[in-house]
Design a protein around this ligand. Structure first.
Ligand code: DX5
Ligand code: ZN
Length: 210
């Protein structure tokens, strides 16, 4: 994976034209497509799952950056891998056995990510940082697009960048929620490698030049 990747979130796309949305990602320099899977339990909404991912898989060669906002993610890893997910990110808050799930993802030949919601401190994932390929820092409370970036979450991006340097780890830092044209450069300066953008990408004036 190369660093500084734009991963537009399909959550803000027009679901009646997913093909157009995926093509727009390609045209606007995306390095991945962010797919927010919500189960109506971990977060209140339900979005899409394995069958939708399977049917859009044929539209692009871009990696599918699947963000599982679900309870019991361990039970779904295999089916999402089969559907076409390339990076599979699950939530620390939803997983008792995070180490086992990371192993499961890797055994399927996929990149493993762990995500933390705004109220979860970085220290809770410290032990598994050497095992993961990606850490997704949620900078809004998960569940909806179009929310405002929560400033204190920025500290966690910097904290992870410092730990990565100190320990010699090579996980990517992904930032998800409220990133827009105004705060993009400060998010990158804090140490983000992957920028997820939903509403600013699909409805705003977001320009990717990183
Ligand atoms: C929120 C999702 C995000 C969301 C980001 O739960 O994980 O990926 O789509 O949308 P914006 O960029 O609008 O905050
Ligand atoms: Zn997301």
């Amino acid at each position: 994976m190369k660093s500084r990747i734009l991963s537009p979130s399909l959550l803000s796309a027009d679901f009646s034209s997913l093909e157009k949305a995926v093509k727009l990602c390609e045209e606007k320099g995306a390095g991945a497509v962010h797919i927010d899977v919500m189960d109506g339990h971990f977060v209140p909404q339900i979005t899409y799952g394995q069958p939708v991912i399977k049917s859009i898989r044929k539209l692009t060669d871009l990696p599918f950056d699947v963000h599982l906002m679900v309870e019991r993610p361990g039970e779904m890893i295999e089916s999402f891998a089969q559907a076409g997910a390339d990076w599979i990110t699950f939530h620390q808050e939803a997983a008792v056995h995070a180490d086992r799930i990371i192993g499961q993802i890797h055994s399927l030949g996929k990149k493993a990510g762990i995500s933390i919601v705004p109220s979860t401190p970085v220290c809770l994932i410290k032990e598994i940082l050497p095992l993961v390929d990606l850490v997704l820092v949620m900078t809004v409370n998960p569940g909806f697009g179009g929310q405002k970036f929560i400033p204190y979450c920025g500290d966690k991006i910097a904290e992870l960048a410092a730990i990565r340097k100190e320990k010699g780890c090579d996980f990517l830092i992904s930032v998800d929620g409220g990133v827009n044209a105004e705060n993009l450069s400060s998010v990158l300066d804090l140490g983000a490698d992957v920028v997820v953008s939903g509403s600013a990408f699909f409805n705003g004036s977001f320009r990717w030049e990183a």
